[in-house]
Design a protein around this ligand. Structure first.
Ligand code: SAM
Ligand code: SF4
Length: 352
């Protein structure tokens, strides 16, 4: 993490006490600098993962509120040119549902300084498009895969699409995207028995596996702390079949704690957002598909940029509003505090 020492106290939950210093970067009052931008391209999805969306129903954003490609590219240009953003991850909802996404990727890759460009996706339909994405400038991909058993996959996602996801993963590797990561969420009583098989699968195919603790971000507000499979449990489940030792690699602002598998060189990651929060090293800033800036996944407030964008705001005005939002970033997500309130926006409309 790039950190600036500001040492300015902040009133918890309130406005920053000190005015924001004259610094072009996305700094906050805790000395963090956001350089990693997550852009949600849509809130729609073709799966219905149980920990993310309800089985049926969920209103989509009205089309007229969703930013156009031109608007998105403008905001990303401002982010890399003026705000010091170095990494952009495209997400959703399901980003592959966004029409002509290859063209958007090419436009982002043409920005200068060129950001590192990645995507988080369920990979449905990616098999046919992987080469075009690689040629357009996509550098890396994270594919969500919670089960390699067709029946369990259907229980987790409520759709029979495992074959499409596996084909997408294979195509990503063949197209030269590197690394190809897998994100897996374990749900008690449904797929926790697949922790070790998922790791074996990833090792066999050269994918980098990371488990993510289930977070209170589902649209139906059904998260239950007691049901969540914790990082300790994940490590215990894996430890029955593999020997894990802490990775010597520098973690930096990365959310995953990494472990060498059977002495290495292969690794497995655990993103323990709930039981081992990593907020102090957070480098992220978020843009939703309808043009809101969020300083955290768990923010209960956000800043609309769409009005300014469509109302004739200049690049520097937009940049300043973005800086102000990040300056107000809280120390942490407070999931483990009494009185924690889940944000109104679900993960699928924020972008994971
Ligand atoms: N649809 C794409 C996908 O699934 O990869 C991108 C969006 S999805 C919201 C991004 C990531 O968030 C996925 O890896 C998914 O497993 C994860 N996710 C969704 N809901 C979650 C929750 N409640 N807790 C933890 N991770 C969650
Ligand atoms: Fe869709 Fe991703 Fe949510 Fe699953 S986790 S329902 S694939 S947005």
């Amino acid at each position: 993490m790039t950190a600036v020492q500001l040492g300015m106290p902040r009133v918890p939950g309130g406005a920053p006490r000190e005015p924001r210093p004259d610094n072009p970067a996305l700094i906050d009052t805790f000395g963090r600098v956001a350089t990693d931008l997550r852009v949600s391209l849509t809130d729609r999805c073709n799966l219905r993962c149980t920990y993310c969306m309800p089985a049926e129903g969920l209103d989509w954003m009205p089309d007229e509120q969703v930013l156009s490609d031109d608007e998105l590219v403008r905001l990303m240009r401002i982010a890399v040119e003026r705000l010091g953003v170095t990494d952009i991850r495209l997400t959703g909802g399901e980003p592959l549902l966004r029409p002509r996404l290859e063209d958007l990727v090419a436009r982002i890759a043409a920005l200068r300084p060129r950001p590192r460009l990645s995507m988080t996706t369920n990979a449905i339909g990616f098999a046919k498009r992987a080469r075009a994405f690689a040629e357009a400038g996509l550098d890396r991909i994270n594919v969500s895969l919670d089960s390699i058993d067709p029946e369990t996959f259907v229980r987790m996602t409520r759709r029979d699409r495992l074959g499409h996801v596996l084909a997408g993963l294979a195509a990503a590797r063949e197209a030269g995207l590197d690394p190809v990561k897998i994100n897996a969420v374990l749900v008690r009583g449904v797929n926790e028995h697949e922790a070790a098989p998922l790791l074996r699968f990833a090792l066999e195919h050269g994918y980098h596996l990371r488990f993510i603790e289930q977070m209170p971000l589902d649209a139906q507000h059904g998260w239950n702390r007691k049901e969540m499979i914790t990082a300790d449990e994940i490590l215990d489940l894996l430890g029955r079949e593999f020997t894990l030792s802490p990775s010597p690699a520098e973690r930096g602002g990365a959310p995953a704690e990494r472990w060498l598998v059977d002495g290495g060189p292969h690794e497995v990651g655990v993103i323990a957002s709930v039981t081992r929060p990593f907020c102090a090293a957070c480098e992220r800033t978020r843009l939703t598909a309808d043009g809101a800036i969020r300083s955290c996944l768990f923010s209960t407030d956000e800043t609309d940029l769409r009005g300014l964008l469509r109302g004739g705001g200049s690049d520097e005005e937009i940049a300043d509003v973005w800086r102000d939002t990040m300056w107000g970033k809280l120390a942490g997500h407070e999931i483990n505090e009494a009185g924690f309130a889940q944000p109104i926006r679900p993960m699928s409309a924020i972008g994971g």
